[in-house]
Design a protein around this ligand. Sequence first.
Ligand SMILES: Cc1cc2nc3c(=O)[nH]c(=O)nc-3n(C[C@H](O)[C@H](O)[C@H](O)COP(=O)(O)OP(=O)(O)OC[C@H]3O[C@@H](n4cnc5c(N)ncnc54)[C@H](O)[C@@H]3O)c2cc1C
Length: 378
Amino acid sequence: MDFNFTDEQELFRKSVRDFVSKEVAPVAAEIDKAGEFPRALFQRCAENGYFALRYPEAIGGMGADFITFCLMAEEIARGSLSLAVSVSMQCLMGTDFIFRFGTDDHKQRLLQPALRGEKIGGIAMTEPDFGSDLGNITTNALPTADGWVISGRKMWITSATIADFFTVAAKTDPEAGFKGVDLFLVEKDMSGVTVGRHIEKLGVRASETSELILEDVHVPAENLLGEKGTGFRNLGGTLADIRTMTGALALGLGQAALDAAIQYARERVQFGRPIGKFQAIAHKIADMGTQLEAARGLVYRSAWQVTQGVVDMKLASMCKLFSTEAANKIADECTRIFGSYGFAMECDAQRYFRDARFLLYGGGTSEILRTIVSRDLL
Ligand SMILES: Cc1cc2nc3c(=O)[nH]c(=O)nc-3n(C[C@H](O)[C@H](O)[C@H](O)COP(=O)(O)OP(=O)(O)OC[C@H]3O[C@@H](n4cnc5c(N)ncnc54)[C@H](O)[C@@H]3O)c2cc1C
């Protein structure tokens, strides 16, 4: 048993940390305030090879392992969760299904340019009336002589305004529940695809989130990603990766909040001494550090399982549940340690507090994750 990262992983983490410290952290508050997608920073991530990181060299990727990928997600989230959300969408959910099930043409025209940052990918599962309950979505795909016609309305779609293509979940058999859900590649410039309203959000404000409307969108037969009837199973094949990666985002956010709280506890003086000398504050810091370290253990153990080719859904669900709840607790305590200053928009603590909420939804809410874990344990 070995709990150490390799020299290569440590070197890579340091290079991402340096990039984030120099180029991301200094503008994180500004891009949050503007609430606009930070295109230039996103392109810098492409130049650094982050989008290609976890894909094989044969298709233009860097062939790094999943632990290295999680280190990148953690470090970017430490600087800006908004940027990390857009980057992780591009690296994983927005491109993975094209990699696994797309044709050579899809890979050449869409995936490979996406790995270089020249195209942007998204995923469209959630609908206004169905989020966790994906088996009941109403977006449908009807067969034609040479493909499918897709119609429906999607909600909460990350990068919808800026994306060039989407993996869309649609029902091919309305009576078949989960087994009737399939995944399709839909390109933004196809007739019938429009981006609906932009959603103003509490947190991760510099990531774009909008509705996506599909009206009689004709897609060719080869845009069905995977065998008919396997969409939900194929989605499940990536779910452990998504949950573990979200855990890594939670580590980055939690670390940023803990670091800020420690610094403030050392500097802020009340009753003639730094507030960190009061046991009440010192114990908060101890609890925050302990929660984060426990989360780190779960995230990297789950990431290690992914590198071994083992799908451990219980562990990945525990990892997302514990680490995202921990990040929320840490961000909450951070604002308390800052006192009223933590309530000021100029203080980073409030951004951590707002951004942390994002971690609780995608990849399974805490309620759904508890159901999955308890089902396995009981
Ligand atoms: C910033 C942001 C970006 C997003 N990006 C994307 C994206 O790019 N693509 C995409 O498809 N989706 C995206 N989502 C949507 C996200 O995946 C969903 O919000 C999530 O799946 C939960 O669905 P819901 O919000 O509709 O909640 P619901 O499923 O309606 O749940 C509401 C509440 O009920 C609880 N609940 C539901 N069912 C059960 C149950 N069986 N047992 C116990 N409790 C239950 C939930 O835990 C929650 O507390 C994004 C969301 C956000 C906030």
